[in-house]
Design a protein around this ligand. Structure first.
Ligand code: NAD
Length: 378
């Protein structure tokens, strides 16, 4: 099959879906790779590197879409009309916020697979772009904080006296939170963390961070490993526990999310006043509404000496490694969906069913169909 890699249309997107090093693997399975000229440039992969691996470089966007059987993207295309009728698109579709696009993809008989809907099962770990991108975001969140606070992270004993280590509080210790903990520890900070899922306590401790003790709800985790939406009573107690820690911390990295829902507010405006002047909050849940009441997605807000950063698309700020990881994930998914270039014939396969959003002119994913119907009614 002809696999096309277009330039990302969102001007702020620096990642690219395929990096030169995975092309050999795709060609071994019989695929031809077409790359739009400049597609990898922002991630530091020039056309020559793709060509050296055997990709064909096309200068016209329309030609790339016309000649491709499968398009691999990072973000969803701006317009389904670009894609050839009956072709296949794989990437981060964000179907909830791209409702019109999803319907248009179905109408144009385009088969779409959303990377976010790859089931988070052991067998699909090497296709799990959500985890890869959360790893990048968790790492970068700590660098942003370190670059913003007016103190150093490690304990230093110098002739000019002792510099005390920064204290970092991480809220939500999933993939991003655990990477934030590990990064802050490597920089020498004292780290503490909280997450309502019982399994997380040991993971936090194994990274050398302290776990904030609270009564953990035993039913906090879904069968899929995600957190449930916690009760108001639980969140109230959690906010009290966080409040008791805030006067002592220099940095808060908040990553708490509940799949498919608005992120829980864990730090109210009043609670922000408990932080010392110069402290920093990096709210990785900004795109899902934020964990802090001050958060504005894509903006940095300063209030009472505290800086609250609400980053959007942090993985795009480390485009080279983020693209490498994403490219491996999407390649593994493509080879699973189309082994040796033929559609995976196992219709019961959890991965194929889980991430297929549109096929045969219809929206075939129940969760997406339901969410789109609810959105249309509201
Ligand atoms: P996520 O981005 O949905 O949420 C981030 C974290 O926020 C989670 O750890 C969640 O427990 C936490 N959270 C939710 N409500 C909170 C609250 N009120 N206070 C504090 N924290 C709160 O989750 P994620 O990082 O994408 O993944 C979560 C988990 O899913 C992983 O740690 C893992 O157990 C599981 N997972 C499994 C696989 C796999 O098996 N292939 C892959 C990825 C993730």
């Amino acid at each position: 099959m002809n696999v096309g890699i277009p330039r990302e249309q969102n001007s702020r997107e620096t990642r690219v879906a395929i990096v030169p090093s995975v092309i050999r693997q795709l060609k071994r399975d019989g695929h031809e790779i077409l790359v739009e000229s400049g597609a990898g440039l922002a991630a530091h992969f020039p056309d020559e590197q793709y060509a050296a691996e055997g990709a064909r470089i096309l200068t016209q966007t329309a030609e790339l879409y016309r000649e491709s059987d499968i398009i691999l993207g990072v973000q969803a295309p701006a317009d389904a009309g670009l894609l050839r009728q009956g072709s296949i698109w794989i990437g981060m579709l964000a179907p909830q916020s791209n409702r019109a696009l999803v319907s248009a993809m179905a109408e144009r008989n385009i088969t779409t697979y959303a990377m976010e809907y790859v089931p988070r099962i052991t067998r699909a770990q090497n296709m799990d772009a959500l985890s890869s991108m959360a790893t990048v975001a968790g790492y970068k969140s700590v660098l942003l904080a370190a670059d913003t606070i007016g103190k150093m992270f490690p304990l230093l004993m110098t002739a000019a006296g002792t510099v005390h280590p920064a204290v970092v509080l991480v809220l939500g210790a999933g993939v991003a939170g655990l990477q934030a903990i590990a990064t802050a520890k490597r920089l020498g900070a004292k780290v503490e963390a909280f997450d309502p899922r019982p399994a997380v306590r040991e993971q936090v401790k194994s990274l050398g961070a302290a776990f904030i003790e609270m009564e953990i709800a035993e039913d906090a985790e879904t069968a899929g490993g995600y957190a449930r939406q916690m009760s108001e009573e639980f969140i109230r107690k959690e906010m009290a526990a966080i409040s008791s820690r805030l006067p002592k911390v220099d940095v808060v990295i908040s990553t708490a999310q509940v799949f498919g829902k608005r992120a829980p507010i864990l730090i109210s405006k009043e609670m922000v006043r408990l932080l010392k002047p110069g402290s920093v909050i990096v709210d990785l849940a900004a795109e899902q509404g934020g964990n802090c009441e001050l958060t504005r997605p894509g903006e940095t807000v300063r209030e009472g000496g505290v800086t609250c950063i609400g980053p959007v698309n942090l993985p795009a700020s480390i485009p080279s490694d983020a693209s490498q990881m994403y490219a491996r994930n999407i390649t593994n998914l493509l080879l699973h969906l189309f082994p040796k270039g033929n559609p995976n014939s196992d219709t019961t396969d959890e991965i194929v069913r889980g991430c297929c959003i549109t096929r045969d002119g219809k929206i075939v994913n129940d969760a997406v169909r339901q969410a789109l119907q609810e959105g249309a009614q509201s």
